[in-house]
Design a protein around this ligand. Structure first.
Ligand code: NAD
Length: 539
């Protein structure tokens, strides 16, 4: 069976058809305030308990009013997911795949601009960042997941069936429902977390992030238009803590599919542990979490390549990618030669409204995030071991804007070299040229995270040295490239240590977590005698 191809990325260059279409769609969406209900068992539920959704780069502008789920809606959603599972299993893998391939086709076609525009407004992405996320990556998730699921149905069959026997493996889904708790920063991940388990026959309760209700709701509508049966995915805006409590009180809770911060995931894992005695099964727990992603440069490296990787890797989407470069280890000789130019390039970055296509950066997601990131910048300004060499200013009067910022530190264990900041802040530790080996150890041991990282080096022996020393420091490792921009079916994504369970979203390993196979032995002529040869009397 031939595999799908990655969805081509549209360029949105001036005068292009897609640029005209997205601008019209942005104008349409920005002129309305939509009501977002919960969707339980395929029905819209308007609870009247309303929160608003604003545009991060213009936070006085409301784009949606969201009806939050209460306890009753949460209980109903769990029940709906459980009740929908039998029919969902019965229609079979092929029909399930057809629905998600239809989703991919709709998103590649008539829904593309709607979903991209909502991601630009809701999460403040530039058109390119929206295109690679909410269109291309999600289309790829859906198409490749269907491909992988069809294949492992064959690959997991038993190797041997002796004469008179037929052995087989039924690829059952988990029994019960999966709770999908999703992050704000990737629209594609939000929709993938409930839909990947659904492809193999699970049903889901989907709790979107409070910062991406609009784009996520539109995707829920898309899946329904593609023919997703009622109850298979239930959309529940609301409190994560409350939804978790309700889900864990239901014995049919079968798994957690999570992407978000490490602290939230660790808390959830502990709660699941406590709930075990009430649960029918041991739940599967899959979580992709935070990162402190690194770039290590060798004295002999491609300096311009390093500069571009640091700029794009750290500041695209305001550094709000789990994979964003946020610490760099650069040798003195290389730093002397690139630092001025890097700062000059960063000063050229335009930041502002996502609807202005000349902007490279927009705002960070909300006030909480703004306060957290600027707190790190302020503490660095006050720290003698740190120097802010570019950026460092911020302004939340219209949108939550923070300048792309570089901190140079003489302390490789300073907090901005270790903590996930999740904003446009890169910290650089400049090391003596002859300390490459020591710096690899420092990089490995400094932070609890292990998500992504890059090595810049020209000589293969230096590359190999870093490859070996940093084996467990990153689940996605890049050689002479930025540590962001993983593509489905090219670089399956995920990290270990404090960065997650490393189940590689968008690949077969992730899908395998949502199945619980049944081994079946069929005997064509059942034995008619109960005794064995060894029991015959000796002559
Ligand atoms: P977050 O942890 O604040 O929220 C994630 C989800 O968890 C949201 O839906 C939120 O409402 C929910 N939540 C929060 N507290 C909860 C609780 N007590 N109980 C249940 N649910 C709760 O993360 P975020 O700000 O949305 O996303 C950013 C984080 O996600 C970063 O740490 C980033 O590195 C990580 N991330 C990781 C990956 C990856 O693949 N490793 C991808 C994207 C984002």
């Amino acid at each position: 069976m031939s595999h799908p191809v990655n969805e081509p990325i549209l360029g949105y260059s001036p005068g292009s058809k897609e640029r005209i279409e997205i601008k019209a769609e942005l104008d349409r969406q920005i002129s309305e305030v939509i009501e977002i209900p919960c969707i339980i068992n395929g029905k819209e539920v308007f609870t009247g308990n309303i929160t608003t959704q604003v545009i991060p780069h213009n936070h006085n502008h409301i784009i949606a009013r969201v009806h939050l789920a209460g306890k009753d809606e949460m209980e109903n959603a769990c029940k709906a997911a459980v009740n929908a599972q039998q029919n969902w299993i019965d229609i079979g893998l092929e029909s399930r795949c057809e629905i998600f391939e239809k989703c991919a086709d709709l998103l590649a076609g008539e829904w593309r601009m709607k979903v991209n525009a909502s991601t630009m407004l809701n999460q403040s992405k530039t058109v390119f960042q929206a295109e690679i996320d909410s269109a291309c990556e999600l289309i790829d998730f859906w198409r490749f997941n269907c491909f992988y699921a069809r294949n492992f149905h064959d690959d997991l069959q038993p190797l041997v069936s002796p004469p008179g026997v037929k052995n087989s493996t039924e690829i059952r889904p988990l029994e019960g429902f999966v709770l999908s708790i999703t992050p704000f920063n990737f629209t594609s991940i939000a929709a993938n977390l409930p839909s990947a388990p659904a492809i193999v026959g699970c049903t889901s309760v989907w709790k979107p992030s409070r910062n991406s209700y609009l784009s996520n709701y539109i995707l829920m509508q898309l899946m329904m238009e593609a023919g997703l049966p009622d109850g298979v995915i239930n959309f529940l805006p609301g409190s994560g803590a409350e939804i978790t409590e309700v889900a864990l009180a239901n014995p049919d809770f079968a798994g957690l599919h999570f992407t978000g911060s490490t602290a939230t995931f660790q808390g959830l894992w502990q709660e699941i542990g406590l709930a075990l005695p009430n649960l029918r099964s041991y739940p599967r727990i899959v979580g992709e979490t935070g990162g402190k992603d690194f770039v290590v440069a060798h004295p002999n490296c491609n300096e311009r390549g390093l500069l571009v990787a640091l700029l794009r890797g750290s500041f695209e989407f305001q550094g709000q990618k789990c994979s964003a470069a946020s610490r760099a280890y650069v040798p003195q000789s290389v730093w002397s030669s690139i630092s001025d130019e890097l700062c000059d390039e960063i000063r050229k970055i335009k930041m502002g409204d996502a609807m202005d296509f000349t902007n490279f950066m927009t705002a960070v997601i909300d006030q909480r995030s703004f306060d957290k990131i600027t707190g790190y910048i302020d503490r660095a300004k006050a720290d003698d071991s740190c120097e802010v060499i570019v950026g460092g200013n911020y302004d939340d009067s219209v949108g939550w804007f923070i300048e792309p910022t570089i901190i140079v530190t003489s302390n490789p264990k300073s907090e901005t070299m270790i903590d996930e900041i999740f904003g446009p802040v890169l910290t650089v530790y400049v090391y003596e040229d002859n300390m490459f080996d020591e710096v690899l150890t420092l990089c490995d041991e400094s932070s609890p995270y292990a998500l992504t990282g890059s090595i810049f080096a020209n000589d293969e022996s230096d590359v190999q040295k870093a490859f070996n020393a940093l084996r467990f420091t990153a689940g996605n490792f890049y050689i002479n490239d930025k540590p962001t921009g993983a593509v489905v079916a090219q670089q399956p994504f995920g990290g270990a240590r404090a960065s997650g369970t490393n189940d590689k979203a968008g690949g077969p390993l992730n899908l395998l977590r949502w199945i619980s196979p049944r081994s079946v032995k069929r005997t064509f002529e059942p034995p008619q005698n109960w005794d064995y040869q060894f029991m015959q009397p000796e002559n």
